[in-house]
Design a protein around this ligand. Sequence first.
Ligand SMILES: *Cc1c(COP(=O)(O)O)cnc(C)c1O
Length: 433
Amino acid sequence: MDKSFNKGLDPELKKIVKDEWQRQQNHIELIASENYVSPAVLTLAGTILTNKYAEGYPGRRYYNGCENVDKIENLAIERFKQLFNCSHKPGQCKKGNFHANVQPHSGSQANAEAYAAILRPGDTILGMQLDAGGHLTHGYKINFSGKIYHGVNYGVSKKDEYLDYDEILKIAKECKPKIIVAGASAYSRLIDWSKFRKIVDTVGAYLMVDMAHIAGLIAAGLHQNPICYADITTTTTHKTLRGPRGGAILCTEELKKKIDSAVFPGNQGGPLEHIIAAKAQAFYEALTPEFKTYQMQVIKNAQALAKTFLDAKFHVVAGGTDNHLLTVNVTNINGLNGKEAVDILEKINIVANKNGVPFDPLPAVITSGVRFGSPAMTTRGFKEEQFIELGKIIISAWKLPKGINDDGLHELRKKVDILLNKFPIYEDIKLPQ
Ligand SMILES: *Cc1c(COP(=O)(O)O)cnc(C)c1O
């Protein structure tokens, strides 16, 4: 054995990872895009599968020795299709078979690959505006999607902050997009994919659904399944779906070849088979009845938190939530902005992110809002009761007079500690010596 092989864990790295484990234990995690993976997912993500090169697809690889990783990738593909394929519900879907690609390294890469499969540089993407809840990869100008392609936006209605499908149709007729992207990172209401389908059919565009945030809710059957309406559906695997950090794509049989070659060799080299194994495990977990119960609790918890803010006369974007997240406008309290509001929460061990609100007058580095999500704390066992208490702690922290609030914050942090102590996450982390 080569001597450097058994040097053991770098003490510097060991300390940092232990510190991060402590941080995850001691903080209330309310970032809507985060979650805690199961010990089984965690284990698989750290397996020797990382050693294997497997460019290509199962049964047609560029390297030898792929018999085991082929089985793993096929398992991930089959489970992923099983989780989202709605063709088993007769009459609901006329599209027949679907094709899955589980190799994308991330949600952004899945989107890049979906675009590359069907667009040419300069083609128009119609996607949701960033401050209305859209994602950078939906045609935003500082992102590849707005540089290579021509990005046009739709927002939400000024009246109720819901999607306005008539307005989207109007914009689509004007800009004649090659593709319309439905899906968001900070939209708290149901999205009707069938209405998007009608719009793309009217203007002759492709429909791509990016279900990154709500994939878990859809897998559990709690939100409309986009598969039957979209030409391409992309997702992350690490948000509500609670798998390893990564992406995946579903498409119609018709687009199968184009999608596969856009992923490899178009955008990526060797797939991360250890992560694909962890994805397969997450899909396995998501196929259980317990996962549906979990997702139902995710929604109930987000709604309990939203109600706590609404009862305290806060403006919650779109008046509440149908999913796992909500955005609260903080500017009517103590003259706060989004950045200040999340910095205050960090002092009492609550982690959330600042977020634009529709028609936000403040720049993206400041913002008027804070986005909260329930998936991570629901994994830890929080129910409505804990989310209501949490909401009250957050409101108290924001109401403390600015600048002279150290004692007040200390008291609130103690409350957070008490709340968290009953809900540990990983028992311990096993690191090599
Ligand atoms: C999170 C997200 C992505 C990007 O995922 P990454 O894995 O961070 O690249 C893409 N689209 C939407 C809607 C998202 O919310």
